[in-house]
Design a protein around this ligand. Structure first.
Ligand code: AVJ
Length: 325
């Protein structure tokens, strides 16, 4: 069996269409608010890799640490023969789970909107683990998913790691988790990596680091819109700010306009007005307590089977199964 297969479920114009719709809607509403998806062009992905290595941003290292400690436990508990990963990106951490599960004959389904990321990660995995069977799927996991045909040779493990769940606002999280639950068979498992609530100064520092990497990551959005939508944003006329929204229990990244200004977005035939000091929410990142997250999972029909938390770094891995009710 070919070790690497690729399925593209998205229209070629998926990115352009989704970008136009979200920016038009997000910059004409009050308060202005757009999706974090648009951060991740090549420059944005580079900056995000830098963020994961920042002292102030423990998420990536904390999850890696828990994988190093518990990958074998996950393998023994699940005995999974297929691993489906939502938002797989570089798959660099997932390797630990694949190795623990035993890559020979294992079916791996990385799902990502980026064909480049899928091809690069797939090529590396196929080289490192010749026995693995990779079904790469270019898809938007926020939309209903259709999994490729997988052998019925054992439990499936669905992995949603990196605290990507944090980007879902509370009202959207329930239906999304319920959708994952409905994809699962009684013998399947769902592994979630989630960033936990910490003292506010720590959370703010993680989204506004001393080196200004996160500020550059946030402002890179303006370069993406100038290039992709022929806009004339001046990045120097915006400041990056991070705010803790305690009502929503999430961090907000915002771009604050230094001056009153009008920005042309020619591809949308739109002129956007910014008041001086007006703030545009470019990302929300929810922070959880393990109790609150378990309650959300349970409300979505998922029971926590195993929970591993790194209290110091404030990160948790939760292995869940379908609850019988
Ligand atoms: C990839 C969504 C988990 O919210 O912590 C990091 C993205 N944004 N620094 C997060 C991010 C700013 C990250 N997630």
């Amino acid at each position: 069996m070919r070790s690497y297969g690729f399925t593209d479920t998205l229209a070629a114009k998926h990115y352009a269409t989704a970008l136009r719709a979200d920016i038009r809607d997000g910059l004409t509403r009050t308060p202005k608010s757009t999706a974090p998806t648009w951060f991740y062009d090549a420059r944005g992905s580079e900056l995000f890799e830098q963020i994961t290595q920042l002292d102030e941003y423990p998420v990536w290292r904390a999850e890696l640490g828990l994988f190093l400690l518990h990958a074998d436990d996950i393998a023994v508990r699940t005995r999974a023969r297929s691993l489906v990963e939502l938002g797989s990106g570089s798959s660099n951490k997932t390797q630990l789970i694949l190795e623990a599960l035993g890559p020979a004959g294992l079916h791996y389904v990385p799902i990502d909107v980026s064909a480049d990321a899928l091809h690069q990660a797939g090529a590396q995995l196929a080289k490192d683990h010749p026995g693995i069977v990779i079904h790469a799927v270019r898809a938007d996991f926020t939309a209903p998913l259709v999994l490729p045909e997988l052998p019925d040779d054992g439990p499936r493990l669905i992995a949603f790691i990196g605290s990507t769940l944090s980007n879902f606002r509370r009202p959207a999280r329930g239906p999304f988790l319920r959708g994952l639950r409905d994809m699962m068979r009684p013998e399947d498992f769902l592994l979630i990596g989630a960033d936990l609530v910490k003292p506010v100064p720590e959370m703010l520092a993680a989204y506004d680091d001393g080196k200004g990497v996160t500020a550059a990551f946030d402002k890179n959005l303006l370069h993406v819109l100038n290039r992709e939508l022929d806009a004339d944003f001046d990045p120097d006329s915006f400041d990056h700010v991070a705010v803790w929204n305690s009502a929503e229990q999430h961090i907000e990244m915002r771009l604050r306009s230094r001056v009153e200004q009008r920005v042309k977005i020619r591809d949308l035939d739109l002129v956007v007005h910014f008041e001086r000091g007006e703030e545009w929410v470019t990302e929300s990142s929810a922070k959880f307590s393990t109790d609150a997250l378990q309650a959300e999972l349970s409300a979505a029909g998922l029971r926590t089977d195993q929970l591993w938390a790194d209290e110091d770094a404030g990160f948790a891995l939760m292995l869940t199964i379908r609850s019988t009710d």
